[in-house]
Design a protein around this ligand. Structure first.
Ligand code: IPM
Ligand code: MG
Length: 353
């Protein structure tokens, strides 16, 4: 039995997570596995009920589950709240609570969608890259922060240990891929980046001699991702740079509605799986959102947390098949509803399980 905490979130969250649950129920029906779903609030929903974007009730539930599935949080309703009360703060605290320091954001192009990208087909066809973003440190969390004298400050800081553990994690992933790791920083300007580079080199030299390590400044990387994205295999970078570069990478694949992510720690706490997109309040409640990123995040959960690689692969193949067959939601220029795409994926999974 696997216990999963479902965090429905805000905006399109509840609609897309419903499709993910449908997928899990199909797998449950066909396989000898039982999923137990628990629910809790986070983000705007939690603010409305508890005046807290990550209430204690939710934190308690983290202790009893094996994995956490989150859709998306936030919306205009909560935008003007003080920083500490915003929905986003709930997500940041959740990542910290789970010690989920490594955020894995794969960007793979489905050939049949190469036309959907704003870039030329030959530039993007065949892209398969993995961004490993540090998630619990850097400028998102560094102190001091906020008002200092008459200015406002945020602090980009990384300790040696924080850098080593994310680089090791990225290197282990790179070892299973093309053994090519590109570390992205701003070492020409920032001391914290110079240190990042020094520790990265040392970690790879000591523990991963087979890896071909390269370094790139973040501004150059932003440019190279558009110019020639296929030069990359695995990228490792800090929290803020990873946030920006992963949004950029998502558009290489045609739609941000396709990209999944896993946020993992040292294994002592449940991992968190969420699409990289936001809560899209403008289309919430209309059954229009693309559920694919959410469904692929669910596949990552099966793979990383439950060792169900076969089922994870069946899910991603099912997604690819329905896309190959031309089924699309509005973000990809189609007309199908969220639930229709979910049903099609479920049928495909059922056929292949
Ligand atoms: C993401 C999001 C979050 C982040 C926000 C919602 C706090 O942009 O997961 O990429 O900045 O990490
Ligand atoms: Mg982001």
């Amino acid at each position: 039995m696997k216990k999963i905490l479902i965090l429905k979130g805000d905006g399109i969250g509840p609609e897309i997570i419903k499709e993910a649950i449908k997928v899990l129920e199909i797998i449950e029906k066909k396989n000898n596995i039982k999923f137990e779903f628990h629910e809790a609030l986070i983000g705007g929903q939690a603010i409305d009920k508890y005046n807290d974007p990550l209430p204690q009730e939710t934190i308690e539930k983290l202790k009893i589950v094996d994995a956490v599935l989150l859709s998306a949080i936030g919306g205009p309703k909560w935008e003007n709240l003080p920083q500490d009360k915003k929905p986003e703060k709930g997500l940041l605290r959740l990542r910290k609570e789970l010690n989920a320091f490594a955020n894995l954001r794969p960007a793979k192009v489905f050939s049949c969608l190469a036309e959907a990208s704003t870039l030329k087909k030959e530039i993007i066809d065949g892209i398969d890259l993995m961004i490993v973003r540090e998630l619990t440190g850097g400028i998102y969390f560094g102190m001091p922060r906020g008002k200092v004298n008459d200015s406002y400050v945020n602090t980009a800081s990384y300790s040696e240990e924080e850098i080593r553990r994310i680089v090791k994690c990225a290197a282990q992933i790179a070892m299973k891929r093309k053994k090519k790791l590109c570390s992205v920083d701003k070492a020409n300007v920032l001391e914290v980046s110079q240190f990042w580079r020094e520790i990265t080199i040392d970690t790879i030299n000591k523990d991963f001699p087979e890896i071909e390590l390269s370094h790139m400044y973040v501004d150059n990387c932003a440019m190279q991702l558009i110019r020639n994205p296929k030069q990359f295999d695995t990228i490792v970078t800090s929290n803020l740079f990873g946030d920006i570069l992963s949004d950029e990478a998502s558009m290489l694949t045609g739609s941000i509605g396709l990209l999944a992510s896993a946020s993992i720690g040292d294994g002592s706490k449940p991992a968190l799986f969420e699409p990289i997109h936001g809560s899209a309040p403008d289309i919430a409640g209309q059954n229009k959102a693309n559920p694919i990123a959410m469904i692929l995040s669910t596949a990552m959960m099966l793979d990383y947390s439950f060792n169900m690689n076969k089922e994870a692969l069946i899910i991603s193949n099912a997604v690819e098949t329905i896309l190959n067959n031309g089924y699309r939601t509005a973000d990809l220029g189609g007309e199908l509803k969220t639930s229709e795409i979910g049903d099609l994926i479920c049928q495909e999974i059922e056929r292949n399980l």
